[in-house]
Write a protein that binds this ligand. Structure first.
Ligand code: GLC
Length: 565
């Protein structure tokens, strides 16, 4: 992998459980992925990120690992994995895996040993504390709801879990633990994988003393103020860089919720002292986010522009961005910022345009390339995610919301929306499985599916292919300096990317109405070559945009050079 490989790459994220099932048990698997490598190749992506398929009791979709070096039974065997790597590499695709080392499953042998008695060598691999006045050791709430501590009767002490009780947090201050993690990473890298996506890596260093947090609306103290970008996180990542990452030619991306620009400049600095890039969450949190996600707030475009522009300009030449709208933890973007009805395709293409011409490495989450939508959940039994199920019961029980209200918010915000099976064709179960899917497929698979879109030139899928190709053909998409134009326009997102030679401009109408807008002087549509548009017919005006219309043009900076060829 050349030095800058990832700056020119597009990543495709596979949520393995819902991607493709090869053996009819209703759960996606490694062989299923192998059967779709050609699909990924023709799409044009360079790197495939596969979510956890390790041994796990699967309380949190595999993010609760009980053995880092074994394949979970429903996903296949180690031979299947080796075959996947071999075949992906033959096609020129890189494969990165999830590294989940903020916590393990409570079934992991380390935790089993750790809980066995207070003197055990691995006791300190986790956080064990005595209770305080018969209650939890501090007031922290868990990120999935409830307290962040669970009492273990074996030794009468509590253990810390920032997520669910089945996900005890690892203590990174323990050097042996860190060395164990590094050995495990090397083991996978020696098998030939091409890097890691690091789960909640910004949370691994906890402030000494684990002080109480500020009490929020859920009546728990905020743990995030003491664990996000904690005191030693950069030391640990630098150590990991020296001991592991530097020895391999790989790509790394850290999931870093709570990362500010200043933190990102350290995590993802171009000097490569830590990671290659991070996922920041500020733009995803604009409609509620972590403080309390169960609401029906909408993202405001002016705020979104401000946020994304801040990341684009402040990381320029200093650190590298990752670009994303979707992943397995977020609702579907077309339902969130676009539309599900007649304007679904055009809005999905506009959203793709908006993010793909920014600076950074774009991530496409399975089904995003089809414009897959959220689900209208009508009953709690349709949900599979522990977070939404728990929230449903928690908030209806205390009558904060009625069941209908809760289902409505879940249909807008829950992670379940992203996790329905991939829609391959219009046959039973969308071609995902011959068996009964572990989670119901979205009923709209009959209209929205790969097979239908592959051969239709104006499909969302072919639009994504085009976007990926354009990134490869125009260097300015990788290198150009970003500038936001028309920043107070509440409907239109306009930005340019520029080098000394060229200007690339991007105009996106985020509204479902025709809007008039000021065509900024920089753009000079008549002197530009339009390289992409989400409407088939050309608009005959340059001061109105049709619903969700987006267009991208390129022109020379030097007026004497005339029209771009
Ligand atoms: C990350 C994962 C999410 C998981 C959580 C706890 O945010 O993306 O799916 O639930 O970490 O591991």
């Amino acid at each position: 992998m050349s030095e800058q490989f990832y700056t020119k790459s597009v990543v495709y994220q596979i949520y393995i459980k819902s991607f493709m099932d090869s053996d009819g048990d209703g759960i996606g698997d490694l062989k299923g992925i192998v059967s779709k490598l050609d699909y990924l190749k023709q799409l044009g992506v360079d790197i495939v990120w596969i979510t956890p398929f390790y041994q796990s009791p699967n309380h949190d979709g595999g993010y609760d690992i009980s053995d880092y070096q074994k394949i979970g039974q429903s996903y296949g065997s180690m031979e299947d994995f080796d075959d996947l790597i071999y075949k992906a590499h033959q096609l020129g695709l890189k494969v990165i895996l999830d590294l989940v080392v903020n916590h393990t499953s409570n079934e992991h042998p380390w935790f089993q040993e750790s809980r066995s008695n207070k003197e055990n060598q691995k006791r300190d691999y986790y956080f064990w504390r005595d209770g305080r006045d018969g209650k939890e050791p501090n007031n922290w709430g868990a990120l999935f709801g409830g307290p962040a501590w669970t009492l273990d009767s074996k030794t009468g002490q509590y253990y810390l879990h920032l997520f669910s009780p089945s996900q005890p947090d690892l203590n990174w201050d323990n050097e042996n633990l860190r060395q164990d993690v590094y050995s495990m990473m090397k083991w996978w890298l020696d098998k030939g994988i091409d890097g890691f996506r690091m789960d909640v890596i910004s949370l691994i260093s906890k402030t000494a003393g684990l002080p109480d947090g500020e009490v929020g609306t859920n009546n728990y103290g905020n743990s995030r103020q003491w664990v996000t970008n904690g005191p030693k996180v950069h030391d640990y990542l630098r150590e990991m860089r020296n001991e592991v990452l530097d020895k391999y030619d790989i790509v790394t991306v850290g999931e870093a919720s709570g990362a500010t620009i200043d933190e990102a400049l350290k995590y993802a600095s171009v000097d490569k002292s830590e990671l290659n890039m991070i996922f920041q969450f500020e733009h995803m949190d604009l409609d509620g986010g972590e403080s309390f996600k169960w609401n029906d707030k909408k993202i405001n475009l002016i705020e979104l522009k401000q946020c994304l522009s801040k990341w684009q300009t402040q990381l320029f030449n200093k650190a590298w961005n990752s670009l994303y709208w979707c992943n397995h933890d977020q609702p579907r973007i077309v339902s969130r910022l676009g539309e599900e009805g007649e304007l679904r395709e055009v809005s999905a293409k506009m959203l793709a345009t908006c993010i793909h011409f920014m600076q950074g490495t774009p991530y496409i989450y399975q089904g995003e390339e089809l414009g897959m939508t959220n689900v209208q959940f009508t009953d709690v039994s349709q949900l599979r995610d522990l977070e939404s199920i728990d929230a449903f019961h928690r908030y209806t029980k205390v009558e904060r919301f009625t069941e209908d209200e809760m289902l409505k918010m879940i249909s807008l915000k829950a992670r379940d929306n992203a996790r329905t099976p991939m829609q391959w064709n219009d046959k039973e179960n969308g071609g995902f499985t011959q068996g009964t899917p572990w989670m119901d497929i979205n009923p709209n698979y009959v209209q929205i599916n790969v097979e239908e879109q592959l051969n239709r030139l104006d499909s969302v899928l072919n639009y994504y292919k085009n976007l990926i190709e354009l990134r490869k053909s125009f260097d300015i998409i990788t290198t150009g300096k970003y500038e936001l134009l028309d920043k107070y326009n509440p409907d239109v997102y306009t930005y340019i990317r520029s080098t000394n030679e060229e200007i690339l401009w991007v105009i996106c109408n985020f509204s479902n109405q025709e809007v008039t807008y000021m065509n900024p002087e920089y753009i000079q549509e008549d002197r530009s070559k339009i390289i992409l548009s989400n409407y088939v017919s050309r608009s005959n005006t340059t001061d109105t945009l049709r619903p969700y219309e987006s267009k991208v043009g390129i022109r020379w900076v030097n007026p004497n050079r005339g029209k771009y060829e």
